[in-house]
Design a protein around this ligand. Structure first.
Ligand SMILES: Nc1ccn([C@@H]2O[C@H](COP(=O)(O)OP(=O)(O)OP(=O)(O)O)[C@@H](O)[C@H]2O)c(=O)n1
Ligand SMILES: C[C@](O)(CO)[C@H](O)COP(=O)(O)O
Length: 237
């Protein structure tokens, strides 16, 4: 980090892997959810733009199914979408899609944010903080506190009160020092690797948490589309 005119600035190369290799089964739409329009363009374009507008020097790596490459290029033409990005083919699972994205990063001395393509409402402040914390501490995982009470269910049908202050909802971006996350992804995929933090901590490394933003939902089911359109109507990007 260095300070120029009071603004703290890092000179480390920054990357963002935007994963959108899924099929969106829970959305149940004829085309995968990442290409559905909210506001005036596909969800995925909002997500890519968030990173580009935050810092245009971030190298954007977009992971989508290889069968969708032509479809995506056609969408870019249709929407006059000019944010520079590299297309990479997705894998069978999110883990494999991330690994394909990481394989495109040759150098090991940078920082990489891994972000779900279907989280278009991430705030620029969260993206910037994730790079800053990952540079200092190795990782930065965006999380938010719970507002509701929670209960733990047991297999025999009972439920128990849990202290919610000990829990956080996990979002993306999940940002890391490139060298460490590339090493972490050299392992065999395990069932509990639901995100990148779990892969990182499998190495025995502690993750650092940062504050996410509550609107940064993962668009998953049809009602999330309604909420997304509502947010854009009230709060155009
Ligand atoms: N093989 C996969 C599976 C998921 N993802 C991405 O990981 C993010 C989070 O996954 P999720 O919301 O579960 O997306 P889908 O797998 O598409 O949805 P579903 O589980 O409903 O099928 C999404 O941006 C999704 O495109 C991916 O890149 N490659
Ligand atoms: C990465 C993630 O969005 C963090 O909350 C989440 O783990 C993805 O889970 P999914 O089952 O692939 O939707």
């Amino acid at each position: 980090m260095s300070a120029i005119f009071g603004i703290s600035q890092s000179f480390m190369k920054k990357y963002a892997i935007i994963v959108a290799g899924g099929s969106g089964t829970r959305m149940g739409s004829p085309i995968p959810k990442q290409y559905l329009e909210i506001g005036n363009k596909p969800i995925l374009m909002h997500s890519l733009e968030k990173f580009f507008k935050t810092d245009s020097s971030i190298r954007l790596i977009l992971v989508i199914p290889e069968v969708d490459f032509d479809f995506w290029r056609a969408l870019c033409e249709k929407f006059d979408f000019t944010v520079p990005h590299q297309l990479v083919k997705g894998g069978k699972s999110r883990f494999q899609s991330v690994r394909n994205g990481l394989a495109q990063i040759e150098k090991t001395d940078g920082l990489v944010a891994i972000h779900d393509g279907v989280r278009p409402f991430v705030k620029p402040e969260v993206i910037m903080e994730s790079f800053k914390t990952a540079e200092a501490e190795g990782s930065a995982i965006a999380v938010v506190a719970l507002k509701d009470s929670i209960r733990k269910l047991t297999d025999d049908g009972k439920s128990f009160f849990q202290e919610r202050q000990y829990f956080r909802l996990v979002q993306t971006p999940q940002t890391f020092q490139v060298q460490k996350i590339k090493k972490a992804f050299e392992v065999t995929e395990l069932h509990h690797f639901t995100d990148d933090a779990t892969v990182y901590e499998h190495q025995g490394w502690q993750v650092s948490l940062i504050a996410g933003n509550v609107e940064n939902i993962k668009i998953t089911t049809p009602e999330d589309m309604e909420y997304g359109n509502y947010l854009l109507g009230k709060n155009p990007m």
